[in-house]
Design a protein around this ligand. Sequence first.
Ligand SMILES: NC(=O)c1ccc[n+]([C@@H]2O[C@H](COP(=O)([O-])OP(=O)(O)OC[C@H]3O[C@@H](n4cnc5c(N)ncnc54)[C@H](O)[C@@H]3O)[C@@H](O)[C@H]2O)c1
Length: 336
Amino acid sequence: MNIKNKKLFILLKEIFIKHKLNSQHAEISAKALINAEIVGAYGHGLSRLKMYCDRIKKKVINPNPKIKIKKISQSISHIDADNSIGFVAADIAIKKAIENAKKTGIGLVAVKNSGHYGLSGYYAEQAVKKNLITMIYTNAPPAIAPHGASKSLFGTNPICFGTPTNSKVPFIFDSSISMINRGKIRFASKNNQKLPVGVALDKFGKSTTDANKALKGVQLPIAGFRGSGLAWMVDILSGVLTGGNHSGRVKDPFEDFTGPQNIGHLFITFKTNLFVKDYNKRIKDNIKRVKRLPKVKGIKEIMYPGQNKYKRYKMNFKKEIKISKIIKKELEILKY
Ligand SMILES: NC(=O)c1ccc[n+]([C@@H]2O[C@H](COP(=O)([O-])OP(=O)(O)OC[C@H]3O[C@@H](n4cnc5c(N)ncnc54)[C@H](O)[C@@H]3O)[C@@H](O)[C@H]2O)c1
C-alpha cells in the first residue's frame, strides 16, 4: 500500500478508536473504507466516515457490541450483531460462512441488528479467495418505489455473486438494483455534481439530474418492474428471513438518528466441487467462450463482472488516495 494511504489508514483507525470502537473493530472499519476508495467506490468510502462517527456519538451504532453467533447446524449460523458498525458484523459473518462451507460444503449465515456494511463485493472476495462460490444480500434504507407505487420503500439492495475463475481475477457481480447506487447520488450532492439522465425522479415524480432533488424523490430501479422484483427479493432474504428490519423500516443512516438501522444481511458460500469434479476447467471454458465472441464497435475486450474493479484496484493500489477539501475538513474535525 502507498505510504500516504497507510498513514490515512492509521488516521481512520485512530478516529474510530476515538469514537470508542476497539482496536480490532476500528481496523476492520478503516480497511473497508480504504478499500472502497481504492476500487473507486467513493460513495462508500471516506464520504461516509462522518456519518458512522455521528451515529456512534448519537448511540445508534453500538461501539461495544456483544455480538452473538448462534449455531443452528454445522452449515447454518445466525448472528445478532447488537447494532455494531456494519463492517464488523459482515466481517464476522463472511468468516463464519467460509468456515461452515469448508466444513460441510455449504455455509449459510444470516445477520440481524447490523448497519451499513459498504460493498458486498469486498466480502465476496474473501470467500472467493478461499475457493468458494458466494451469494451475498443486504437491504438498505428506502430509495426506490416498488413498481406501481409513488413512494420509495425498497433500498438499493445490492445483489452479489462471486466465483473463483481459475485465474487471479475473481468473477464478482456486485450491483445495486437501482440505476445508480445511492452512494453515488450522495457523493454528487456533496460535490455539486449532476446526475446522469434517467436515474431518479424528484418528489413530484419528474425526471431530475439534481442530486439533492433525487435524494428527496425516488431512484429508479434497473429494468422497471424486474428491478423492483429483485429489490423485493433482497428485502425478503436479508430482512424478513434474518430478523432484520424490512419493508421500508431500515433507517436512513445520514438522516434518521431515532434508532439503530437493524439492517439484515445474508451470506451464502459453497464449494465449487459439489456437483462436478472439474469446476475449474468448466468455468475457464465458460469465460473463454463468452470472451471469444465478436465485439460491438468501440469495445476492446468483453469483460466479466469484477474484472473492471480488479483493474482499478491494481491501478490505484500504489497511488495516493485523493481527498477532497470537504473530506479533509471532516477528517480534521473528527480526529480531535
Ligand atoms: N451496503 C449497501 O447498502 C449498498 C447499497 C447499494 C450498493 N452497494 C454497493 O455499492 C457498490 C457499487 O454498486 P453499483 O451498482 O454502483 O455497481 P456498478 O454499477 O459499478 O457495477 C455493477 C456490476 O457490473 C460490473 N461491471 C461494470 N462495468 C462492467 C463492464 N464494462 N463489463 C462487465 N461488467 C461490468 C461490475 O464489475 C459489477 O459487478 C457495490 O459494491 C454494492 O455492493 C452497497
